[in-house]
Write a protein that binds this ligand. Structure first.
Ligand code: SF4
Length: 458
């Protein structure tokens, strides 16, 4: 009963977060940078930040999250981090030989006000960046936004530094996948392949953060978007950005810089959002949807129909990232479940309005908050109990305290495996989500059933 002191009475808080529903900007920037082939993310700040960011990513993906740090000490905190970053750039290219260093800032270097583009220019002038190698950057002050904001900023950095228009419109579509698992990126590529659409995906962490065990350590694994692909993204015929908060910024920047038109969609989680994604790719590329995809859709629909009696009217509390929650809430509403408490730690004015719109026909009052926390979610649950929780590992405390089943979904998941190998996007991902939801609900039903009501067949 770790949370037994959570009071039922809700009081307004403006200057205190308890049990946050987000992590900090550089984590998202580091994850995005790992989706560039042969890239070493670099944390411009102290070793403590860097250790926290790496350990969070490594614990979630169960893979080594490589990165470097400017290793600020008292001197850098007072005089600025330029000398540290210049030396770091020199050391990294000499020792590890990546193609790119992707620098992100931290609270400390942002507060000092280090001018990263100026330091990168100085490194180039001093010959510390070898020919054909690159240093890019994103500003990621963690007292603003969340890991989703950091991801968005680093992906925009990829556009700012690399994308170039070559004067032609190539028959190819850019896909910015959003803050999703490596396996989700793989699944999105597979669906585009089924449609016969040529794509460039950036970033792409598949085979980087879910790579195979080969018995040999590769500091820079085979996966990731390449520099030539990032340059060519500026001459694609269009961009499909998945997740407005994580991907919208880069898509709009590419439109402004290279006149590549963009469509910003919800993450393709669940039936409705996947339909929109498939239809958008079909329309932009001028292709027809093959039977293989129609069959996958039909299978998802079949399970929704067959299992409707178990979904109907079950109340759910959700916490996570806004792009994911918007699609997940829509999916739950589509299958007649009732998402009634929804919290994200990432600030954003549109989130609450969108969730209200999606849940307007749910026959129960719905609580929603952006820039909220798990403490508030717990209070809501105590006042209006639910049948199911969906969210990251930190939700397990509420699950235990209130004895409610938890489906792990989102970031970070520190105490289970599978999330980086089995996608939740697309129709197949929808099937996996349904399986997880049903397992949780029916396991609970079996556990609680009296002997005379304990059924062998559902
Ligand atoms: S919140 Fe700021 S100080 Fe804390 S780990 Fe993140 S970047 Fe570092």
């Amino acid at each position: 009963m770790l949370l037994r002191h959570t009071p039922d009475k809700i009081t307004e808080r403006s200057a205190l977060t308890i049990n946050p529903a987000k992590t900090c900007q550089p984590i998202g920037a580091m994850y995005a940078a790992l989706g560039i082939h042969s890239c070493l993310p670099h944390s411009h700040g102290s070793q403590g930040c860097y250790a926290y960011h790496r350990s969070t990513l490594s614990r979630h993906y169960k893979e080594p999250a490589i990165a470097a740090t400017s290793a600020f000490t008292e001197g850098a905190s007072v005089f600025g981090g330029q000398a540290n970053l210049l030396q770091a750039i020199n050391n990294i290219f000499t020792v590890y030989e990546p193609d790119v260093i992707a620098v992100h800032t931290t609270c400390l270097s942002e507060t000092i006000g280090d001018d990263i583009p100026q330091i990168i220019a100085k490194a180039r002038d001093e010959g510390k960046i070898p020919p054909g190698k690159y240093v890019i950057h994103a500003n990621t002050p963690s007292y603003v936004g969340s890991h989703i904001t950091g991801f968005a900023n680093m992906v925009k950095g990829m556009v700012d530094y690399f994308a170039q228009a070559n004067g032609h419109r190539e028959n190819r579509i850019n896909i910015i996948p959003g803050y999703v698992e490596p396996c989700d990126m793989e699944e999105i590529k597979r669906l585009a392949g089924e449609l016969g659409v040529d794509i460039i995906m950036f970033p792409d962490t598949s085979k980087v953060m879910n790579g195979p065990q080969t018995g040999k350590y590769h500091m820079f694994p085979a996966g990731g978007v390449t520099i030539p692909e990032l340059i060519e993204a500026g001459s694609s015929m269009g961009t499909v950005a998945l997740g407005p908060l994580a991907s919208g910024l880069a898509a709009r920047a590419l439109d402004t810089k290279c006149k590549v038109p963009c469509e910003i969609l919800n993450l393709p989680i669940g039936l409705t959002a996947t339909d929109t994604f498939i239809d958008t790719l079909r329309r932009i590329a001028g292709v027809t949807v093959p039977d293989s995809i129609n069959i996958e859709r039909g299978q998802l629909l079949d399970v929704i129909t067959d299992m409707q009696q178990y979904f109907f009217g079950r109340k759910v509390a959700l916490a996570g990232d806004p792009d994911q929650l918007i699609s997940l809430t829509q999916f739950l509403v589509d299958i007649d479940m009732w998402p009634i408490h929804i919290v994200t730690g990432t600030p954003g004015k549109k989130f609450e309005a969108k969730i209200k719109e999606i849940t307007k026909d749910v026959p129960h009052p719905v609580n929603v908050k952006a820039a909220g926390d798990l403490f508030l979610l717990h209070q809501w649950i105590r006042n209006a109990p639910v049948d199911l929780l969906m969210g990251n590992t930190y939700m397990k405390y509420i699950a235990r305290d209130e004895d409610i089943p938890l489906v792990r979904f989102g970031f970070p998941i520190l105490d289970r495996v599978g999330h980086s190998y089995f996608p939740t996007v697309g129709y197949r991902g929808g099937l996996r989500l349904l399986e997880k939801i049903l397992d949780a609900l029916l396991d609970r039903q079996d556990r609680d059933a009296p002997e005379e009501g304990f059924e062998l067949v559902m």
